[in-house]
Design a protein around this ligand. Structure first.
Ligand SMILES: NC(=O)c1ccc[n+]([C@@H]2O[C@H](COP(=O)([O-])OP(=O)(O)OC[C@H]3O[C@@H](n4cnc5c(N)ncnc54)[C@H](O)[C@@H]3O)[C@@H](O)[C@H]2O)c1
Length: 403
């Protein structure tokens, strides 16, 4: 049997924003990359039958179901891809792992540390049977971000002194924007912190190879009461017609914190949904003893690199266009200079996941890596609740990091 005869049959739960992004990546990954297994988009799950039937047709899935348990237990499925809000990640992931399915779960891993611990422990147990689990921190797979990590690992930045990270949006500046699931703690776990702060926590730890060991944080909820939504959509929604029915916002609108990394760097992080004019602005700068790198998602094909080892007269920021065949992930795409976009990070994520599952390797970030991010989120929340007091990040337990 040739390697191309091997199939991984995927079942995806949730088909809205991330479901669409993942579907596109599942559809594309074998067409771009030569992989040891072929993806089959077997089953998609949503709760409304006519909507999920339409989504299956539109997004390219062979079939659909309205019950995620049926998907997880199906003999026709090898991989469960979780694209639902955080309140269902834990239950679906643990059931899928127990059923022997490989799991790709969107970030943040869970809504609480307790859930994330259970998930990491379940992944560690499943790994002993060759079952793999990964969390979807897709920004790791933007080629310029992967290249940042390589520059750090190759010693081109020297000793890392500063990490400066911000992830800024403005989609809830209007106080009449409705109370969607992302603004409810029981659905989302936290607000800007877990939704977008989690990304810059993972990204900076990935790039530097250092982990956040302690934090001092502030969080704020600027608009405390909002109209109830008429629909359940994520980032775009309509308010209740008369606007009189309202409910409390139970998550942070913004979170800022300073942190220490375990390799000696000091860091600042800012995550906000109130940064007027900033739509999806993720920016990271890292200063080392030998150089600096800067990544800006709005210019995701580029990396700014300052190499302080060059002769003084030639020093300055270099804009590297990360589209050469030598750059991470790029050889399979277009000729140099033919840029890629946001969605490609998901295709790269699926490439790495399929490759790992098919070859019996451990995909990253593992559930244990994602638990560590959750422990940082928890430290930020505790610090903010205690007047910004210095708060150490609780280490994960041995049984949780075996994955
Ligand atoms: N990696 C990224 O860049 C990124 C971006 C956005 C969201 N996310 C993450 O992806 C996840 C989903 O976010 P989204 O923006 O796609 O949300 P969304 O509101 O657009 O979609 C959620 C989907 O889950 C479905 N759903 C909810 N509960 C379900 C259940 N019990 N059974 C079956 N389906 C259910 C909804 O019907 C909907 O299809 C979240 O964890 C979020 O943090 C990641």
């Amino acid at each position: 049997m040739s390697t191309h005869d091997r199939h991984l049959r995927v079942g995806m739960v949730g088909y809205a924003f991330m479901g669409a992004a993942h579907s596109q990546a599942w559809r594309t990954v074998n067409r771009v990359y030569d992989l040891p297994a072929r993806v089959r988009m077997s089953l998609v799950c949503g709760r409304d039958e006519s909507k999920v039937a339409d989504a299956a047709d539109r997004l390219g899935w062979d079939g659909y179901t309205t019950d995620w348990r049926r998907l997880v237990e199906s003999d026709e499925i090898d991989v469960v891809d979780i694209c639902t809000p955080g309140d269902s990640h834990c239950e679906i992931a643990i059931a899928a792992l127990a059923a022997g399915k490989h799991v790709l779960c969107e970030k943040p891993l869970a809504n609480t540390v307790e859930e994330a611990r259970l998930m990491a422990a379940a992944a560690a147990r499943a790994r002993a049977d060759g079952v793999r689990a990964m969390c979807g921190f897709n920004y790791r797979r933007v080629p310029a971000v992967t290249m940042m990590r390589q520059l750090v690992a190759d010693g081109r930045l020297g000793v890392i002194r500063h990490v400066r990270a911000a992830y800024l949006q403005d989609w809830i500046v209007d106080p009449q924007f409705p109370l969607v699931w992302r603004l409810q703690r029981d659905r989302a776990g936290s607000g800007a912190l877990g939704d977008i702060g989690a990304h810059i926590i993972d990204l900076t730890q990935f790039v530097t190879g250092q982990r956040i060991s302690g934090v001092s944080a502030l969080t704020e909820t600027f608009v405390k009461e909002r109209p109830l939504p008429t629909g359940s959509s994520g980032l775009a929604a309509q308010a209740d017609g008369n606007g009189r029915a309202t409910g409390p916002v139970t998550v942070d609108d913004a979170a800022v914190f300073v942190a220490r990394l375990d390799g000696g760097a000091v860091a600042t992080y800012e995550a906000s949904r109130f940064a007027t004019g900033r739509k999806n602005a993720l920016r990271v700068e890292i200063n080392g003893s030998l150089g600096t790198v800067v990544f800006d998602l709005e210019r995701l094909n580029e990396l700014e690199f300052y190499d302080a080892t060059r002769p003084a007269a030639e020093q300055g920021f270099t804009r590297i266009l990360v589209t050469e065949g030598e750059h991470p992930y790029m050889s399979a795409w277009w000729p140099p200079g033919h840029i890629i976009g946001y969605e490609h990070s998901f295709t790269h994520q699926m490439r790495d996941f399929v490759e790992a599952v098919a070859t019996g390797a451990d995909p990253t970030p593992s559930f244990a890596d994602a638990l560590q991010v959750q422990l940082v989120l928890d430290a930020v929340t505790r610090s903010a609740e205690q007047g910004s007091s210095w708060t150490e990040v609780t280490p994960a337990l041995a049984a949780e990091v075996a994955a």
